[in-house]
Design a protein around this ligand. Structure first.
Ligand SMILES: *Cc1c(COP(=O)(O)O)cnc(C)c1O
Length: 234
């Protein structure tokens, strides 16, 4: 077994165990492999092991990898999970299947307008800032309803759900609290006529807590690929 096979099996076992504990079917939780800083060869190796969903958070790096790996079969499903500036939306609209970090209407409008006609609608999540601290990415929970109501009707997007990156916490009870809040917010929005089926939450250190609170997509980097090398690719 290679290190990568070993890590993949370990992550899969963690997800399966958490699903069993939560009384949920394994199929309810998708695994997004966060491949930022990893080489094309590492991504290809994980793809050969059956992984299909990959996530990147820097636009230039995303473009390079997406374009280099186009043509692999079965195709990769690319998720853009980083912050997006308005001048970078087109490259993402032309390449990504999903964008997780929507926190401004302007970005969503541009993505919808720039989505090529021949492509399936872009699947998007609103990023919610649960910290309450200024300067953090995401919309505050109280503004989520207004943003969701504005994004949902955009023609070339499908608003799928909510995403959050809570501050790291050591103990499982503390880890679960923000994930529970995100789930409650999603449920509250759905009672107001939205149909959000996605909770993008949980990373290498807290995926179990996220799955116990209803995560439908965990974003995992380090636990799959090992520690990130700083500035491996700029
Ligand atoms: C890097 C990153 C992850 C993965 O983090 P790990 O701790 O390596 O699993 C998940 N989500 C986002 C938005 C990230 O930028």
């Amino acid at each position: 077994m290679t290190q990568l096979e070993d890590d993949q099996a370990r992550v899969e076992e963690r997800i399966a165990t958490a699903c069993r504990q939560a009384g949920r079917a394994r199929e309810e939780v998708r695994l997004l492999a966060v491949s930022k800083t990893r080489s094309d060869a590492e991504i290809q190796a994980l793809h050969r092991l059956g992984q299909r969903l990959f996530g990147e958070n820097y636009v230039q790096e995303f473009i390079a990898k997406h374009d280099a790996l186009t043509g692999l079969e079965p195709p990769l499903e690319w998720h853009f999970i980083g912050a997006l500036q308005t001048n970078k939306t087109r490259a993402v609209a032309e390449r990504a299947a999903w964008v997780h970090g929507i926190d401004r209407l302007k970005i969503a409008e541009r993505l919808s307008r720039q989505r090529p006609a021949g492509m399936a609608p872009l699947q998007v999540c609103l990023q919610i800032d649960l910290s309450g601290e200024p300067g953090k990415a995401g919309v505050p929970p109280r503004e989520a309803g207004g943003l969701a109501a504005a994004v949902a009707p955009l023609p070339n997007l499908v608003l799928r759900g909510l995403m959050a990156i809570p501050a790291p916490a050591e103990d499982p009870t503390a880890q679960r609290r923000p994930f529970a809040r995100l789930r409650e917010l999603r449920d509250a929005l759905n009672t107001r006529g939205l149909e959000l089926d996605t909770l993008s939450m949980g990373m290498s250190d807290d995926l179990e807590a996220a799955i116990l609170e209803g995560s439908t997509l965990v974003r995992v980097g380090t636990a799959l690929f090992g520690p990130r090398r700083p500035k491996a690719r700029q």
